[in-house]
Design a protein around this ligand. Structure first.
Ligand code: ES4
Ligand code: ZN
Length: 326
């Protein structure tokens, strides 16, 4: 259709993507088989049927199960390469992707195995698909700050490969303030800072992420409109939100797409971007997220272009590289 062609034609960025959340069931079964691991589900179809979530935690439980089949460097390479070829077909030209080292190191897979596989695929994507990239290491917020510090230590030999740190997993009950010290230490090592905030958690968590963690981009941030002072700050400080419409729908952050506040967020002048979060679990990659949003809100071509431009603006590309795209 016309709308789908417009979206396909726009060069896009992806700024909120968990590599472990791009793990398609078909690849999961293939890797499980070669690693001699049995999944709790017999077939791709029965696994896919389990992808019905009432909240973030129900999703996370199954997401961490799936990640358990990733053991060898080749597995992390295959995961990342599958994601890159998929988004390349959707005209995504720059990605800033998360990985969750603790999901793997906790199971005895070493940090270097994880990052070597990911890095090789990202480099191949740059060479062969012309996709530029940044890599973000995310701390799991359901674990302690001490555990996050251990992960930071393990990351230091690879710090030239890691552009920023993030904060993800179970939000409610694990406020940003739990991680003040490790974010401060991460900043001292030169990492850029982002955090999931205000997805399921309250607007106060967005304040904490900004004031205590000193982040420069908010992942999700759906609850920001609950506080006019915060809206003013986001605009004045040019702090972007990485929104994920299909994720919000699948995790029941919203009951239907019509309930999403993305248009209001844009109309208030906040720098909002569209991203896919965990596309293998939420039923869509970048184009599907753009399409479902555009369809429901009847977005104009100018609005779609603005969203894509915001993606470049909010990215960590250099000013010169941004100018090449915008
Ligand atoms: C996540 Cl949607 C979402 N929220 C928080 N943590 C996550 N990890 C992977 N996907
Ligand atoms: Zn996320």
């Amino acid at each position: 259709t016309e709308l789908k062609n417009i979206i396909q034609g726009i060069p896009k960025t992806e700024l909120h993507l968990h590599l472990e959340g791009s793990f398609e069931p078909e690849l999961m079964f293939e890797i499980a088989k070669r690693n001699n691991i049995t999944l709790d589900y017999d077939t791709v179809e029965s696994l896919k049927k389990a992808y019905k979530f009432n909240n973030l935690q129900e999703f996370l439980d199954i997401y961490y199960l799936g990640a358990k089949v990733l053991i060898h460097e080749q597995d992390f390479f295959d995961l990342t390469w599958a994601y890159l070829t998929k988004v390349h077909s959707q005209n995504v030209v720059h990605v800033e992707v998360f990985f969750d080292p603790q999901t793997h190191t906790e199971r005895g897979v070493s940090f270097d195995v994880v990052i070597n596989g990911i890095k090789k695929a990202l480099e191949k994507g740059k060479e062969e698909l012309n996709i530029s990239y940044k890599l973000i290491m995310s701390y799991l917020r359901h674990l302690s700050e001490e555990e996050a510090f251990k992960t930071l230590e393990e990351a230091l030999p690879f710090k030239d490969w890691i552009d920023g740190v993030g904060l993800d997993s179970s939000e409610v009950g694990n406020p940003p303030s739990k991680f003040i010290n490790v974010f401060e230490a991460s900043a001292k090592h030169g990492f850029k800072l982002v955090a999931h905030a205000g997805e399921e958690g309250p607007v106060e968590y967005i304040w904490e992420a900004l004031d205590h963690l000193k982040i420069d981009r908010i992942d999700h941030g759906n609850r920001c409109l609950d506080d006019d002072t915060l809206v003013q700050k986001l605009i004045e400080d040019n702090i972007a939100l990485t929104l994920c419409p299909l994720s919000n729908l699948e995790l029941k952050v919203i009951q239907k797409m019509e309930d999403h506040n993305i248009v209001e967020i844009l109309d208030r002048g906040i720098m909002a971007t569209i991203n896919s979060d965990d596309p293998a679990y939420f039923g869509g990659y970048m184009n599907e997220n753009y399409y479902e949003t555009a369809k429901v809100f009847n977005l104009s071509k100018d609005q779609l272009l603005q969203l894509a431009i915001n993606g470049f603006e909010a990215s960590w590309l250099s000013p010169v590289d941004k100018d090449k795209h915008i």
